[in-house]
Design a binder for this molecule. Structure first.
Ligand SMILES: [Zn+2]
Length: 123
């Protein structure tokens, strides 16, 4: 087992996949974060290790029994924060710097040429 459906407790291969039993597919950030918490992708705060198979099975049994899994808000928040970082488009700041670098690379010879032409026409 790699992930647990947070809606029915079924086993899934990936936390963000659609459940083959109940059809639930996490689409909003919180559902995705909760699905990741109940998967082997998650790293626990205390140990930095994924939840054990037994822990995932216990969570699955709880959800299958119709109970709410007691998600730790801090775990969900942590996944949301990490996800926000991971989902940031490959940093617009980095693109800016790259753009500035090339602008400078081209600007220097162009300006130098302009100055050279300007002086040539003055003489
Ligand atoms: Zn399900």
């Amino acid at each position: 087992m790699k992930a647990v459906c947070i809606s029915c407790g079924n086993q899934k291969t990936e936390p963000y996949k659609q459940c083959s039993r109940c059809g639930f597919r996490p689409t909003d950030d919180v559902s995705i974060a909760k699905s990741i918490v109940l998967s082997s992708r998650f790293r626990k705060r205390q140990t930095d290790e994924p939840p054990s198979k037994d822990e995932l099975k216990a969570a699955a049994r709880l959800i299958e029994a119709g109970d709410q899994y007691p998600f730790d808000e801090r775990d969900v928040r942590r996944v949301l924060d990490e996800k926000a970082i991971a989902l940031q488009p490959l940093s617009s700041a980095a693109k800016w710097q790259l753009g500035r670098f090339f602008a400078l690379l081209f600007a220097v010879p162009i300006i130098a040429t302009c100055i050279w032409l300007f002086r040539k026409f003055l003489n």
